[in-house]
Design a protein around this ligand. Structure first.
Ligand code: ZN
Length: 455
């Protein structure tokens, strides 16, 4: 038996009543939390015959591991491109490069992106992968291997695009698959990689890309297939005014009306962005418990708009935080995205419209709910999996900061003293314990140069 005991930290549990302990303790036995509370750990924790790893948390903030609900990990290889474009122009600029990816390149890019996520407090990352060139190998498998090496949980997707330009879609024809190929490969990815267990390190969702790159048939069939396999559904929705205009022109509906008519609202669905939602759409998200991945940095970089996150939360809709793909959020860090969410939402909702604890909540248990894992993840509570982030507040950056949680929400992302995934230490004093970061950085740089050289 092995126990991890963290004492002396400011513990932000993000439980249902937002309990926080100044100088509290958290005890982990194996992969799960067995005690949380004020002051030092109780004596029974240190019973004879129990191997204990003690961590001094004084001067630190302990939060649940952060949950990233939307990413495109492969985009680590195409950062800094089309810097001044809106979404549609940015996509058109990048599709020809993305259409030349393969399993090995994606694996190298994903490992770098996942490493940066882990170093910024993330213990569970969703990835939306939707570009599958013919003959490109097992791309989902490459991403699964990368996550296993880095040591954080992955909710991968088998995404898809089947609406090329000649049929009225945005992507070039060479970047899309046929509907049948996409559906067959989706079923295969679930069969190969999806683990539905409570402790799962890998789950797979089905994720047709967006209303302007996917046929109605694929959306309908993917929803039916996903539900028959018991996996979640993910897509982009209501990201830009151009997407709204596309749906109005082609279908005579808003993106939300269109997606709802195809079976794409529900508590097993989450959408990336949810920026341009009218009151009706917000009410439908709430009534159906459809999730949203809020990606404030990406929305700002592409000038997409400010998502109505406080309204979605008031409607009862699940909301998580996301970094989005690294080509529209070159930082790739999740911890910094909390502050971005706080600042951005206040531009629309007012100074008291979105608190630092609202930010921490969507970044943790909110995201776990969006991904269907909140029974086991997202908050520091007895019985839950020990996915934890320990932030070091002893530096000059935080000296005199009266609220430790305001470090992530208003000040700057603190150094990560420790990251634990199911009780396993993945980051120690800012460095990954699982991989050689220098080697991963070199491999990602090589893969990026290789890919850009193919165009
Ligand atoms: Zn995206």
């Amino acid at each position: 038996m092995r126990r991890l005991v963290i004492e002396g930290a400011h513990v932000a549990t993000v439980d249902a009543v937002d309990r926080e302990f100044v100088g509290g303790h958290v005890v982990v036995d194996g992969s799960r939390i067995i005690a949380v509370g004020d002051g030092p750990a109780p004596p029974w924790v240190f019973a004879d015959g129990v191997e204990v790893e003690s961590v001094d948390g004084s001067g630190h903030l302990l939060t649940p591991g952060l949950v990233n609900t939307h990413h495109h990990l492969y985009q680590w290889l195409t950062r800094g491109i089309a810097q001044d474009s809106i979404l549609f122009d940015w996509l058109v600029a990048l599709y020809p490069t993305w259409a030349r990816i393969d399993e090995d390149l994606v694996e190298a890019g994903a490992e770098a992106a996942l490493a940066v996520l882990a170093k910024s407090g993330c213990t569970l990352a969703a990835d939306h992968h939707y570009v599958f060139p013919r003959g490109s190998g097992d791309i989902v498998g490459g991403i699964v291997r990368a996550a296993a090496r880095v040591g954080i949980r992955l909710h991968g997707t088998r995404g898809s695009m089947d609406l090329g330009r000649s049929a009225g879609g945005l992507p070039p024809d060479f970047a899309v698959e046929t509907t049948a190929v996409a559906l067959d490969a989706s079923a295969l990815a679930v069969e190969r990689y999806h683990d539905a267990s409570a402790d799962s390190m890998v789950q797979i969702a089905l994720a047709p890309c967006s209303p302007f790159s996917v046929t109605s048939e694929l959306l309908t069939e993917a929803a039916t297939l996903g539900r028959s396999l018991g996996v979640r559904l993910h897509t982009h929705g209501s990201e830009t005014v151009e997407e709204d205009a596309f749906c109005q022109e082609r279908f005579g509906k808003t993106p939300t009306q269109y997606l709802e008519d195809l079976g794409w609202l529900g508590d097993d669905v989450w959408m990336a962005h949810s920026v341009h939602l009218d009151d009706h759409a917000i009410a439908r998200f709430g009534a159906t418990a459809t999730g949203s991945a809020h990606c404030p940095s990406s929305n700002a970089r592409l000038a997409a708009g400010i998502a109505p996150i406080p309204q979605l939360l008031r409607a009862g809709a699940p909301v998580g935080l996301g970094v989005d793909g690294s080509a529209s959020n070159e930082s790739g860090q999740l911890g910094t995205e909390i502050r971005q969410a706080v600042l951005m939402n206040r531009l629309r909702a007012g100074a008291d419209g979105f608190s630092v604890r609202d930010g921490l909540r969507i970044a943790t248990v909110g995201g776990a709910r969006v991904l269907g894992r909140d029974a086991d993840l997202g908050s520091i509570e007895v019985g839950k999996l020990a996915d934890l982030a320990l932030w070091d507040l002893r530096g000059v950056e935080f000296a005199g900061l009266v609220d430790p949680v305001a470090s992530l929400g208003l000040a700057s992302m603190p150094p990560l003293a420790g990251l634990f995934v199911g009780g396993r230490r993945v980051v120690d004093d800012g460095r990954l314990t699982t991989i050689n970061e220098v080697g991963v950085a070199r491999a990602a740089a090589r893969a990026s140069a290789d890919l850009l050289g193919r165009v």
